[in-house]
Design a protein around this ligand. Structure first.
Ligand code: ADP
Length: 265
């Protein structure tokens, strides 16, 4: 399968950090499922949206949660007008359409859900639908992409080795300062000098240790701060609202973050 990538401009903006776009394209061409791991807000979802658009594929995204069952993915019978009607779930729709099914935070889903993924992730590429007796063969365009954040998972909430080993895995992290500055400018319209200051600040905040922080400042939060600044908000207040308060409820931790913010703004 050799569909050339569409121009970047026709897709949602994504600033590459390395050769992830080429890797993703190769995985799609070879019909390999992809696992993307990395901290929240580092660009995983944007990357998948960008690649789906460039490959000209429909994208169906599912935000996984601890109540997500196999039936939520595959589909169920619904009763309406006195009849029972089968209704495809998002995974089944993606298979039928030959698009990308993106399961965000897949480790959150119930264990039985990962089992329905298995026959789709090996060379059979099939989706058996138990309740209707159908067995769908995934068309060449279909691709399964899952993501999770290894940083804040419980020991119990991780992918089983038998599931992980069915994917090629890409590791994402917050981008380099140059790339992150480009992202901040492009997403918010903030001028270069202030965007650079924000990115420097992010570096300092990410190095803060000794406090009870589950996660550090993400690129998403930096973009939020930049958007507030671009709309005329005082930088210190924008950073407090977008970078300090969302990260912690602990007064000591917020104070430590604010102290760092005040060294920049
Ligand atoms: P994740 O899925 O990793 O939690 P997202 O893909 O939703 O994170 O990224 C959050 C936001 O950060 C995006 O909406 C976008 O504004 C910005 N972003 C992060 N990294 C990039 C990137 N490399 N290129 C473009 N935007 C990015």
């Amino acid at each position: 399968m050799n569909a050339p990538l569409r121009p970047e401009l026709s897709a949602p903006f994504y600033q590459a950090q390395g050769d992830e776009c080429q890797l993703f394209e190769a995985a799609w061409q070879q019909q390999l499922p992809v696992l993307i791991k990395g901290p929240t807000g580092c660009g995983k979802t944007r990357f998948v949206a960008h690649m789906a658009a460039r490959l000209g594929l429909p994208l169906i995204t599912v935000s996984c949660h601890d109540d997500l069952s196999a039936a939520d993915l595959v589909g169920r019978h619904l009763i309406g007008d006195g009849q029972t009607v089968w209704c495809d779930g998002p995974l089944t729709r993606a298979v039928r359409q030959g698009g990308i099914c993106y399961l965000d935070e897949v480790v959150e889903a119930r264990k039985d859900t990962t089992v329905v993924l298995h026959p789709l992730t090996d060379d059979r590429r099939i989706l058996p639908i138990e309740r209707t007796g159908e067995v769908l063969l995934a068309p060449p365009g279909f691709m399964l992409v899952v993501s999770y954040n290894p940083g804040y998972q419980h020991v119990l909430k991780t992918l089983k080795p038998s599931t992980r080993q069915r994917f090629v895995a890409m590791s994402f992290d917050f981008p380099s300062a140059e790339v992150e500055q480009q992202v901040v400018m492009q997403e918010s319209g903030l001028a270069a000098a202030q965007a650079q200051q924000l990115v420097t600040l992010a570096g300092q905040l990410r190095r803060l240790s000794g406090y009870d922080l589950d996660e550090s400042v993400s690129t998403r939060l930096l973009v939020y701060a930049a958007k507030l600044m671009a709309s005329g908000m005082r930088p210190a207040l924008a950073c407090r609202t977008a970078l300090a308060e969302p990260l912690s409820d602990e007064p000591d931790t917020v104070a430590a973050l604010l102290a760092i913010i005040h060294t920049q703004f």
